[in-house]
Ligand binder design. Structure first.
Ligand code: IPE
Length: 258
């Protein structure tokens, strides 16, 4: 089984509110269908979630009444994005079912407090493709906060120990430094967690409420600790996902499980 995350910057235009990249999602859905693997799919919120979540400061938890409106709006918007993703998967004959995080888990000070993994397992056993996503969720300490898709991937990977975790990004993988402002930055094909610690990585310039690449590296380290490999690949390049699922050698980064 594979756990795959479609990053919000691949499936939406992060700069424009609620801008869904239909063609990209349709192509990725076709690649998933073609590869014919057992998959739990997670997708990010992109511009359906981050803009509102930032506006209403949802990740800091409940502080004022106005945020309640923001929470409700954000939940509706990410659900709308989820419906768009599901429709694309269904159009490609993939038996996708939605598992909204706000309904199956709760957090405590941003960390997981409770999650029902059995729902994912039961759907898998019946041949479905469970699909979950970055969402707002109840938080025991903070009232509410954000459950990022990366946190979901981490929890599910540690629990299910999939064959591989794949992050579908809008860049080829990891570099030794930010390639945009360091000409000596080199592409990393394979790396261990120990080497990861030495890396200078770039933080996303976007208005992300979850922590961009820094947060992702933390997630990947937790996954590596349970012995699972993580692959980072470019979802904007045709067949990188398909080829990776088929075990073909393409340009991507593998972070080796320990
Ligand atoms: C964020 O989810 C969820 C909300 C802002 C509500 P992610 O952190 O997984 O989303 P992307 O991949 O960065 O867009």
């Amino acid at each position: 089984m594979f756990i795959i995350k479609f990053g919000g910057s691949v499936i939406t235009d992060k700069a424009k509110e609620c801008c869904f990249k239909q063609e990209v999602v349709d192509r990725l859905a076709a690649e998933l269908k073609h590869a014919n693997k057992e998959v739990i799919l997670i997708h990010g919120a992109g511009s359906f979630g981050h803009i509102l979540a930032k506006k209403y400061k949802l990740n800091g938890g409940y502080k004022q009444k106005k945020q309640v409106e923001g929470f409700a709006l954000t939940q509706a918007m990410v659900q709308r994005l989820n419906n768009l993703v599901l429709a694309s998967l269904h159009n490609h004959d993939l038996p996708a079912v939605s598992i909204p995080p706000h309904a199956v888990l709760s957090l405590s000070n941003h960390k997981l407090s409770r999650v029902d993994y059995s729902i994912f397992q039961k759907y898998l056993d019946l041949g479905f493709m469970p699909v979950s996503f970055g969402d707002v969720a109840l938080d025991k300490k903070l009232g509410f906060s954000i459950c990022s898709g990366d946190l979901l991937v981490q929890l599910l990977a540690v629990h299910f120990k999939p064959e591989k975790v794949i992050f579908v990004l809008d860049e080829d993988g990891l570099y030794s430094a930010n390639p945009k402002d360091d000409r000596n930055a080199t592409f990393i094909e394979r790396v261990t967690v120990k080497d990861l610690d030495k890396l200078t990585t770039r933080l996303n310039a976007h208005a992300d409420v979850t922590k961009g690449m820094e947060g992702k590296l933390y997630t990947i380290k937790q996954i590596a600790r349970v012995g699972v490999d993580t692959i980072l690949l470019n979802g904007n390049v045709h067949n990188r996902l398909y080829d990776t699922l088929k075990g073909k050698k393409v340009r991507h980064t593998i972070v080796q499980g320990e």
